[in-house]
Design a protein around this ligand. Sequence first.
Ligand code: ADP
Ligand code: MG
Length: 391
Amino acid sequence: MYAGFVGPHFPVGGPVPADDLVGREPYLRSTAARLGDGEHLLIAGPRRIGKTSVILEVLRRLRRRGAVTAYVDCLGATDVRGLAERLASSLLASLEGKEGAFEDARAIASGLRPSGRIRYEHLDLVMPIVREAAAQRAFEAGLDLPRAIAQRAGKPVVVALDEFQAAGRLGPRVFDVMRSRFQAQRGVAYAFLGSEEGILEELFGEKGRPLYRFAVAHDLAEAGGHRFGIDPADWHAYLVRKLKQKRIAIAETEVDRILDATGGHPQDTMQLCAALYHFMRDEGLRAVTAEIVGIAYEVALRELDRPFALHWADLGGQKWLQAVAKRVARGEPLYAARSDTDVPRAEVLRAVNALRGRGLVVRTGRGSYEFLEPMFAEYVRRLDAGIVPSR
Ligand SMILES: Nc1ncnc2c1ncn2[C@@H]1O[C@H](COP(=O)(O)OP(=O)(O)O)[C@@H](O)[C@H]1O
Ligand SMILES: [Mg+2]
C-alpha cells in the first residue's frame, strides 16, 4: 500500500510528529493526565523548544481516549470573532472526526446548501456564533461552546490556546471576558501556551489580573531538571535510531559533540542533525566524525540566520539591549568600565533583565549570564566580527 510521503527525516520548523518528539514522554503523560482531570495548565517557554509539538500530541492522545479537543493559534486570529470561529471550527472537526463542518454551518446560516459535512445534531450548537451579527456576542457564544459540547456530548473537552498572549491584541477586555466565560465550565480543561513568558506570568500570576491563578504553570523548559527539559540520553537514543534507519553510525562522543554545540536546544539540535544527515547522504558517508559535525554546524548556523536575525532586530527596538547582548555573547564582564562608548551602569541590569524576560539569556551565577542558545550567541559574536553575510 502506498503510504504517502514520510516527511523529512529530521523535521525542522513546524510541529513534529510523535515519533520525532525527543525526550518528552514524561511531560506528555503528565500533561495529558492533568488536562484529562480537568486541570487548566499554563505552558510558557521560549520559542522553538517544542511547545506546539507537545500540545498537539497531547491532544491526539486525549482524543484517542474519547475527549473532544480544540487547538487555536491566537496569532492567526485578527479579531475576536475570528478567534471564536477558529475555536468553533476546531471543536467541530474533533466532534465530527473531519474538517469542514463549521464552513457548512456558515453556509446554512447564509441560506446556501451545505455539502454534508455537518451532522444535524451539531448545527444548533454553532448557530449562535454564525448567526450573531455583533462581534462581541459572537465571541462570547464561541467561548461558551466548549461547555455546551461537554454537556451535549457527555465527553470531556480540552481546549489549547497557543500564543495566548496575542489574544490580548484582539480587543479591549478580551481576558476579562474569557475569565468570566471559562470560570464555570464543567468538564472543560484549558491549556494556555505562549512564548512571551513575561506577559503570561503577569496575566496568570499577578493579583488583580483577569486570569490570576486561573491556570497552573507546567514547566516545559526545565522539565526533569534537564536543559530544555530533555534528557541527553533521549537525544542519544533518538539519533542512533534515526541514523541507523539510513545505515549511518554515530558514536556517543559525536552525539555529545552535537549537544555541546547546540546546548541541547530542540530546534537548533534538529537543524544541525538535518544538515548532518543531508551532507552524509549526498556524500555517501556512513560514519559520523567530528569533522562532519563541524560542517553540519556551519550549515545549520546559516539556516538559522533568519530566526536569529528576527530576534536580533527585535532587540534593536530598545536602547542598550544589543550592546549588552553582545557583551553576554562574548562572555565579557557586564560592567566593563571602558570608554565613553560604554553602557551606563544603571542600564546594564535593566537590559539583562529584559533579555532574560525574552527568554534569550539565563543567569548562571552571581552577576554572570549566558545565552540560552549557544548557537544564537555564536551568531551574535560573528555578527560583530562581520562574518555573517548580511541580506
Ligand atoms: N522534543 C523535540 N524533539 C525534536 N525536535 C524538537 C522537539 N521540540 C522541538 N523540536 C524542534 O523544534 C521545532 C519547533 O517546534 P515547535 O513545537 O513549533 O516549538 P514551539 O511551539 O515551542 O515554538 C520543530 O520543528 C523541531 O525541529
Ligand atoms: Mg509554537
